[in-house]
Write a protein that binds this ligand. Structure first.
Ligand code: SF4
Length: 703
């Protein structure tokens, strides 16, 4: 009832990269009694008043009884590890409450001492794509100027690092070339390795709207999905057969002369080499690898190539492979060969996952680049940041998420600071990742709850939820948007930027920010992408797209119409060859395990499983299999199913999903009681360093 609300605050959804704008309706006048009553969609550029179930109902987790409201320090002698009897509703026996002064001193001293004893390479940090741009900037600045290394990363490594690697290599920019709203102007939209209805629900409404208006949707994926009902062609390919399929499409485009000669000559380099490279990858030669018949391959290649305006969208079904970078290279080649970038209704769009994974990456939460993707190895780049920060910077790129876990086991990394990420649930091969966390000599975790990762911590610092702070975030469309504090912080919890500043000061850094707007002002001095976007402008307009040519002009929804940001201004074709999965199925492990998200839950579930409505909708761990697979196993829906890989086993309820192929099982990774990542393969893509979450050989059986 809107009349029951005392006030409203305009902000942005804290979940996915769509970045829906919303309004919180709040009751109560004081910190103790105020609460968010309900949430309404607002007329933002990427949602036009729409919200999905998470945005609409997932707002109550900050007031969950298990919310951290005071700093905690591990009691002496308590061994580190995941406590199987852990119950957030019970008093914490492993940790003792502490004052902020004491907790910050212990947190920082442990890290400072390790650096003094073993050097800067002994420390690493994970920032968070759930935090604001300003917090991401401060986190990477702390690691680079305080810890003294580039060992800083975040969850982009687990979602689109391979896409970014390919985009940087081929077009010179890691962000999308056009917003998803441009789908409304396209004649053909190719969606591959993504399931927007589940993962980017409001973006999916634009694809449906486009289809209703006559846009032809081509969906390529091993799994079926709700958008199939709107598709002109929906094609299932063999898991891991993507590079073969895309190369066969390129072969058709080349052999039938469907490419755009003029565009290729003016805007690209390397097409002759690509032509020669794909000449033997005919639909007939690739059909066995990708499981798609040659006529269908020809049909979809012609549909895409002959469209006047066509866009390609992809998701983690493409990126999370040992050949994830190759997948993205292929999709970029398709767009370049057909001249499908730089105009309205054309473009390349990796659908970004977290609400701020684009912004956190832009802000430099990446081990090989400083903010705006400027290489740490470039002396000129370093000199500019050394002047800005009055420091000396390390030139060697740092380690990535999974490499940091390996380096802990190898004895190199001894201390970590983890802000808002949950590697004890999100990393591949959790026995390995949790073993690494337990080995750390000093671990500081900054979060809202005693997450699975926080259970390994020496010090836990109670942080701020999105509803409790001001800050900017950048969505998948390159729209920088302003979030506003809606409710007060509970108990002793503090804003993340304040906590980071206190740790930095204990490293001897003279930080003195009074508000996130001052951090944003500093970011603008190091990030040309933020030119003409000011905090004041965001307060007025709520959302501005980068790049933006002037303070009174809108940002560019479509980029690279004239040239690409590479030396010489031309984009590059990067040929690829099909590679088998790292761990192909065999007689002992004959089924393909894929992992991902559910509509109702977000990543490791730390927020949505503490949200009443969302938890009621999906309260327990399930594994989705095809009806025939269930029949073969002799199981009924809801009965217990055990999934075993070379790394572990989990037992959870079987769910029938007619959209699943036989020979596949899908498990969401948000359930600690049946943690999907106990099973996943940590093998990495050599370029993006992303693990192969979308293919592990497994065995199914009744529990
Ligand atoms: Fe939030 Fe994404 Fe849903 Fe929009 S689509 S309401 S941003 S979770």
């Amino acid at each position: 009832d809107s009349k029951a609300a005392d006030r409203t605050v305009d902000s942005v959804c804290p979940y996915c990269g769509v970045g829906c704008q919303l309004t919180y309706h709040i009751t109560g006048q004081h910190a103790e009694d105020e609460r968010i009553l309900f949430v309404e969609g607002r007329d933002g550029p990427s949602n036009q008043n729409r919200l999905c179930v998470k945005g609409r109902f997932g707002f109550d987790y900050p007031r969950h009884p298990s919310r951290l409201t005071t700093p905690l320090i591990r009691r002496p002698g308590v061994p580190k590890g995941l406590d199987p009897a852990f119950d957030p509703a019970r008093p914490l026996t492993h940790f003792a409450e502490a004052s902020w002064e004491e907790a910050l001193d212990v947190a920082a001293r442990g890290l400072v001492d390790l650096k003094a004893a073993h050097g800067p390479d002994a420390l690493a940090g994970f920032g968070s794509a759930k935090c604001s741009n300003e917090e991401a900037w401060l986190f990477q600045k702390l690691v680079r100027t305080g810890f003294g290394s580039n060992h800083v990363d975040h969850c982009t490594r687990l979602c689109h690092a391979s896409s970014v690697a390919a985009l940087m290599e081929c077009i010179g920019s890691g962000a999308v070339t056009a917003s998803f709203m441009q789908a409304l102007q396209a004649d053909v939209v190719l969606l591959t390795g993504c399931n927007p209805t589940i993962n980017h629900p409001v973006a999916a409404t634009y694809f449906k709207q486009a289809a209703r208006n006559g846009t032809k949707l081509i969906i390529l994926d091993p799994r079926g999905q709700a958008l199939d009902a709107y598709a002109h062609r929906s094609v299932r390919f063999t898991p891991g057969g993507d590079v073969a399929l895309y190369n066969a499409m390129l072969n058709v485009i080349v052999s039938e002369g469907l490419y755009d000669d003029a565009y290729i000559a003016e805007h690209t380099e390397g097409f002759e080499a690509l032509k020669a490279h794909v000449s033997d990858m005919t639909p007939e030669a690739m059909s066995g690898l990708c499981g798609v018949d040659p006529d269908t391959i020809r049909d979809i290649a012609r549909l895409y190539a002959t469209a006047d305006k066509a866009m390609i969208f992809w998701g983690m079904g493409i990126s999370q492979h040992v050949h994830g970078t190759d997948n993205a290279r292929c999709l970029i080649s398709l767009a370049l060969a057909c001249g499908q970038t730089g105009r309205p209704g054309t473009g390349l769009h990796p659908l970004r996952g977290q609400n701020n994974v684009q912004g956190a990456s832009d802000a430099g939460l990446i081990p090989m680049v400083l903010p705006d993707y400027q290489p740490v190895g470039d002396a000129q780049v370093r000199a500019a940041f050394e002047e800005l920060w009055n420091t000396t910077l390390e030139e060697r790129p740092g380690l990535t998420v999974v490499e940091i876990m390996d380096a802990i086991h190898a004895g190199q990394i001894k201390g970590m600071y983890i802000q808002g990420e949950n590697p004890a649930m999100s990393d591949p091969d959790l026995h390995h990742a949790r073993g690494a966390l337990a080995r750390l000599e000093h671990l500081v975790v900054q979060d809202l709850f005693v997450t699975e990762t926080a259970q390994f911590a020496d010090v836990i610092l109670p942080a701020s939820s999105w509803m409790e702070k001001d800050g900017t975030v950048t969505n998948t469309n390159r729209q920088v948007q302003l979030g506003r504090a809606a409710v007060a912080l509970p108990g002793e919890a503090r804003p993340d930027w304040w906590i980071l500043q206190e740790i930095a000061r204990r490293f001897g850094l003279p930080w003195d920010y009074a508000h996130p707007r001052e951090v944003f002002a500093e970011m603008k001095r190091g990030m040309a992408s933020l030119d003409n976007i000011t905090w004041e402008r965001l307060e007025r307009e709520n959302s501005v797209t980068y790049p933006c040519p002037a303070e009174d002009a809108p940002g560019a929804d479509v980029v690279f119409s004239e040239s690409f940001p590479r030396t010489g201004g031309k984009a590059k074709f990067a040929p690829t060859r099909p590679l088998p999965p790292d761990e192909p199925v065999d007689a002992a492990f004959p089924t393909v395990l894929i992992t991902g998200r559910q509509l109702e839950h977000w990543h490791t579930g730390s927020m949505t499983r503490r949200s009443q409505v969302l938890d009621a909708l999906e309260p327990e761990a399930v594994a989705s299999v095809s009806p025939s697979e269930l029949l073969r196993l002799g199981l009924h829906p809801g009965e217990a199913l055990t999934i075993t890989t070379r790394r572990g086993a989990i037992t959870l309820k079987a769910r029938v999903d007619p959209l699943m192929m036989e020979g596949m099982v899908f498990v969401p990774f948000c359930y600690v009681e049946a943690a999907a990542n106990l099973l996943t393969n940590p093998a990495l893509d050599p370029d993006g360093k992303i693990p192969e979450f979308k293919y592990a050989a497994c065995r199914l059986g009744p529990a």
